[in-house]
Design a protein around this ligand. Structure first.
Ligand code: NDP
Length: 292
């Protein structure tokens, strides 16, 4: 079939997506609010549309990669008459609720909608490291899979359109949590005059080892069984956790990035869960659950 793709948004990410498609021989029509950003892509063979509507009219597949959902609404509102019959694939970062709302809006205008989450930074696009989550219209995913696979490894999660944003935010949340630990670790040794580089190889080795924690925690949650063979009980970890605060005080750093976990562990120990695994903390985070 015609290998045509329209791309709305030429920021750092949109430009990387357009370049990847051009490199694979796709006919790419681009539009960006600031038109000058299209110059390098036009030099590589892209067609530049002079309005978002003209860009949407140019291809059945419309990739949207803008700053946030407000900008997506601004841009797609201008292209409303052209949306009917289009397959809109929006990879702009957002929430599950925003994805559901936009999917309904697009469907009212005759477009089919697939939501996407990009698990990569621009230089990783079209390399083996990049992967994408998709959810929503499976027909769009199936019909345009070849173009989507150019960008990175595609993972279709289901018709529930909020799933891609949900998985995307879950991975980012995990990353930011890990960054909090990394920042704390470097602040602690730095306050004692140790270079970050002297800790780095050990920290990297330690964190890579936590993949067992990722898998083991999932297994306990899915079995709803937080018992442990008492190699690392909550009671033991909770008792030792105070050392982070005492050491931070001794070294003159703030332990605020580690602080939120402390009361959660204490609550479980006080409730008689001291024998359990740390994974039990997850149960406390569900604010719709009785008692939380
Ligand atoms: P940039 O800040 O580089 O680009 C933002 C884009 O949005 C530009 O094209 C900008 O247009 C456009 N824009 C912003 N506001 C409006 C508006 N009101 N109307 C029309 N256009 C608007 O961001 P990125 O390209 O890096 O990111 C794009 C999306 O990709 C984001 O949702 C981001 O979260 C996601 N993403 C980015 C990653 C990254 O590492 N960069 C990684 C994973 C996801 P203009 O040029 O005119 O300013």
């Amino acid at each position: 079939g015609a290998k045509r793709v329209t791309l709305l948004g030429l920021g750092a990410m949109g430009t990387a997506l357009a370049e990847a498609l051009l490199a694979k021989g796709y006919g790419v029509t681009v539009w960006n609010r600031t038109p000058g950003k299209a110059a390098s892509l036009v030099a590589k063979g892209a067609s530049q549309a002079d309005s978002a509507g003209a860009a949407v009219a140019a291809s059945e597949l419309v990739l949207v990669c803008l700053l946030d959902y407000q900008s997506v609404h601004d841009v797609l509102c201008d292209a409303q008459p052209e949306l009917a019959g289009r397959a809109v694939v929006n990879v702009t970062n957002g929430t599950p609720g925003q994805a559901r709302e936009l999917a309904a809006w697009a469907s009212e205008r005759g477009a089919t909608y697939l939501d996407g989450g990009i698990m990569a930074i621009p230089p990783m696009i079209a390399t083996a490291e990049a992967f994408f989550f998709y959810s929503g219209a499976q027909a769009v995913f199936d019909a345009h899979r070849d173009a989507l696979d150019v960008l990175g490894e595609s993972h279709y999660l289901g018709e529930e359109v909020g799933l891609a944003a949900l998985y995307d935010l879950a991975l980012l949340g995990g990353m930011y949590g890990m960054f909090m630990g990394i920042a704390h670790a470097y602040a602690l040794v730095g306050a004692a005059g140790e270079s970050a580089g002297s800790l780095a190889p050990f920290l990297a080795r330690w964190l890579v080892g936590t993949d067992a924690m990722v898998v083991g925690t999932a297994d306990r949650i899915d079995r709803q069984d937080y018992t442990t063979d008492v190699v690392a009980s909550l009671a033991m970890q909770s008792a030792g956790y105070v050392n982070h605060f005492v050491a931070a005080e001794e070294q003159g750093i703030s332990a605020e990035l580690l602080a939120p976990l402390d009361p959660l562990m204490k609550r479980l120990v006080a409730a008689g869960q001291g024998h359990a695994d740390m994974a039990a903390v997850v149960e406390l985070l569900n604010t719709r659950k009785e008692g939380n």
